[in-house]
Design a protein around this ligand. Structure first.
Ligand code: PLP
Length: 400
């Protein structure tokens, strides 16, 4: 073929698509259900994982005042010293001393995870993930060409359980990283201290990185009554362990739209991630960081209020769902979702599409969280009592 007469776009090597790994990415199945609801009036949306309350006023004010002061310039790759220092002090209070040089501020929890993946994982690397899980956690390494092996949690009447032996078997010497999200989106499963200990020792022996997505560490219902925080690998790790913990301001401080998060890692990795930050987004806007610093300084009341609300919502929703024939729901120790089994449902995506069109109820299909999630639905209970009650009414009517 005479390539001079063929437009570049028509030649395979000049495809207008992205790399094969990017082309292979799946669109969000939650988004698919939400799209099916466009034009349906008065849908009750419980499909996204988002608090239903706006960011507290004192946090917004810190951002607004920062803009008013003219803080509209670039800042350090790792974040303004005030926020980095505040995060270091906050984490030290929760998990034992975490020095500032172990912290990097990022433009969301998602961005903390993606930078971690870019730093650790390359083409052909093997990573192991505990699933079902928020899809973004496993799509990150796939974008980079890594192979993701999954180990599924098991659903039992008293809740979701990890088969620790199976996970240990999957963590072979050629594994680059273990990905764990606990408290888990969508199941609420929370890894216990004994499991963390075994995994940390195993990964330490084989040189496997542990990437802990701790987005929901403060949305935890089984705390000791003082500080509500889920068990973390950080509590038992040494500063030089191959451990990265990713965090977000989105959930604990009701700041989803601000796009602010951070990660904690050993200082050499933080230095490398600093370079990636430069070439990805360079730095987070200063006014967003000021809002984050205000959240940490004055946000314990916000967290206490949110956890109390969600606990009540969880208790109500799980009790109501459990009463329905053909539904199996278990109490969840953390996060903000009920992930429940629907007897006989084999296609959660079309079930949710029907649910939104016929019952005006927006739930997330279990399959959106991996094939292991098929047969389940996710219901976000970060919602008012009235909306949850109306949702249950619609669900009952739909099931007849
Ligand atoms: N990790 C988990 C498990 C999540 O569910 C989310 C958000 O839904 C995030 C991380 C990231 O949150 P964000 O990107 O809003 O900071």
């Amino acid at each position: 073929m005479d390539t001079r007469t063929v437009l570049p776009a028509q030649r395979a090597e000049f495809s207008l698509n992205a790399r094969p790994e990017v082309v292979a990415l799946r669109n969000s199945k939650i988004r698919e259900v939400a799209n099916a609801g466009i034009g349906v009036p008065d849908v009750l949306p419980f499909w996204f994982g988002e608090p239903d309350e706006v960011t507290p006023e004192f946090i917004c004010r810190a951002g607004i005042e920062s803009i008013a002061r003219g803080e509209t310039f670039y800042s350090h790759n790792f974040g303004i010293p005030e926020l980095r220092g505040a995060i270091s002090a906050y984490m030290s209070r929760l998990h034992g001393h975490i020095a500032e040089d172990r912290v990097a501020v990022t433009g969301s929890g998602m961005s903390a995870l993606m930078h971690t993946m870019q730093a650790l994982v390359g083409h052909g690397d093997r990573v192991v993930a505990v699933t079902p899980v928020w899809p973004n956690l496993v799509e990150g390494p796939r974008i980079l060409g890594a192979q993701v092996t999954t180990v599924a949690l098991q659903f039992e009447p008293e809740g979701w359980k990890l088969d620790l032996e199976r996970l240990i078997e999957a963590l072979t010497p050629d594994t680059k990283a273990l990905l764990v999200n606990s408290p888990n989106n969508p199941t609420g499963w929370t890894m216990g201290r004994a499991e963390q200990q075994v995994l940390l020792e195993h990964c330490r022996r084989l040189g496997i990185w542990i990437v802990a997505d701790d987005a929901y560490e403060r949305i935890y219902f089984e705390g000791d009554g003082t500080t509500q925080v889920a068990p973390s690998f950080l509590d038992i790790a040494h500063p030089d362990d191959r451990l990265v913990n990713a965090y977000t301001f989105s959930k604990s401080w009701l700041m989803t739209g601000w796009r602010l998060g951070w990660l904690a890692a050993p200082p050499p990795l933080i230095e490398d991630i600093g370079k990636l930050i430069e070439y990805n987004f360079s730095c987070v806007p200063v006014f967003v960081q000021r809002a984050g610093a205000a959240a940490i300084a004055g946000g314990e009341g916000t967290i206490a209020h949110t956890v109390a609300r969600y606990r009540k919502a969880r208790d109500y929703l799980v009790a109501e769902l459990s009463r329905l024939p053909g539904i199996e729901a278990a109490a969840t120790p953390g996060a903000m979702y009920a992930f429940f089994k629907v007897e006989g449902m084999t296609d959660s995506l079309s079930y949710c599409t029907k649910l939104v069109k016929e019952a005006r109820l927006g739930l997330a299909p279990g399959v959106a969280f991996g094939p292991e999630g098929e047969g389940f639905l996710r219901w976000c209970f970060a919602a008012s009592e009235e909306n949850l009650a109306e949702g249950i009414r619609r669900f009952k009517k739909f099931r007849g």
